[in-house]
Design a protein around this ligand. Structure first.
Ligand code: IPD
Length: 311
């Protein structure tokens, strides 16, 4: 039992209660379509009454049980027009009431509540519950990761990933559809698929994507433009399953000449210690890889290979 057990127990309790609400709403198609909004005129960024209701419920429960803790939630951030949320060293609950809202709206079962706890900015506890498939992922720092009580990774024996060629990669198109962003995403997919790899998947939920890597079903997940609440809980789960979670430099913040310079420099110094790099959940770009039998050197090599292709 770890020092984080009391947080885990509370998070599981909340996730199960919220899960009941999410499942009931999921099964009531008419209710969902009548209570659907789009965020900031972006038809690909959806929010439902259930997202808002669940977040309020989770927040008020956490405020009562842990009054000194901070809170970051997807809908609270959107409602307060906060472009960027502030993360301090204080224990901070980072919540996505429904990750995979588009799936929820369309009746696809890859949808979940994601509850992460960060202390000193590090994800130390994660609970992700998919109430449709009844999959409960849990993890605490140094306490291991589990799916419905079974240790992750689940698929055994896991074959070591020798090259990128043998990998099943997950990515998403995300909600940002501006020209520059779409181009960067498609160029990256092009670079990866032509490598070639076994395949590319998109489950429509960042948290679920990371859980499928933690299970051992998929090998790599990367996404341009995620949010802290999409990855906080899953980062703890994937790391405890033996995986690696890193960020990379946002393409937008890098000018063309700088990008070229970086590419030449990084090909010269390809031996970056990606495995030991600390992941910042506020980084909008995530890249993860599952556990590999060969250990950190091979992980570094394969991550560097994927990273080279990220635009
Ligand atoms: C989104 C999903 C989606 C990912 C987006 C997220 P939401 O979260 O995780 O898969 O591509 O980046 O914002 O809106 O369903 O909570």
């Amino acid at each position: 039992m770890t020092e984080y057990k009391k947080y885990l127990d509370e998070a599981v309790k909340i996730a199960k209660t919220a899960g009941k609400t999410i499942k009931e709403a999921f099964e009531n198609r008419q209710f969902i379509s009548e209570h659907l909004e789009i965020k900031e005129n972006n038809s690909s960024d959806l929010v439902t009454a259930t997202d808002q209701y669940v977040e309020k419920m989770v927040k008020s429960h956490l405020n009562k049980v842990f009054p000194t803790h901070s809170f970051i939630g997807e809908e609270t951030t959107a409602a307060n027009n906060m472009a960027r949320c502030e993360l301090t060293d204080n224990p901070t609950w980072c919540i996505d009431p429904i990750d995979g809202t588009t799936n929820f709206v369309h009746g696809l079962p890859f949808t979940c509540i994601s509850i992460g706890l960060l202390i000193n900015k590090e994800p130390v506890m994660g609970v992700i519950f998919n109430p449709i498939l009844n999959d409960l992922y849990t993890a605490t720092k140094n306490g291991g990761a589990f799916l419905n009580g079974k240790p992750l990774p689940l698929i055994r024996p896991i074959q070591p990933l020798e090259t990128l060629e043998k990998s099943l990669i997950i990515t998403e198109y995300g909600a940002n559809r501006n020209e520059e962003s779409v181009k960067a995403k498609l160029d990256t997919i092009h670079q990866i698929i032509k490598y070639p790899v076994h395949g590319i998947r998109s489950f429509g939920s960042a948290a679920m994507n990371m859980c499928y890597v933690a299970r051992g079903s998929c090998d790599i997940y990367y996404e341009i433009g995620i949010h802290a609440w999409d990855v906080a809980a899953a980062t703890c789960i994937l790391k405890e399953a033996g995986g690696v979670v890193v960020g990379w430099k946002p393409y937008k913040e890098v000018s063309e000449p700088e990008k070229k310079k970086q590419k030449t420099e990084s090909s010269k110094t390809e031996k970056i210690d990606i495995v030991n790099e600390k992941f910042d959940v506020l980084n909008r770009h995530v890249l993860c890889i599952r556990q590999l039998a060969e250990g950190p050197e091979k992980q570094n090599e394969i991550l560097a290979e994927v990273r080279k292709r990220l635009i």
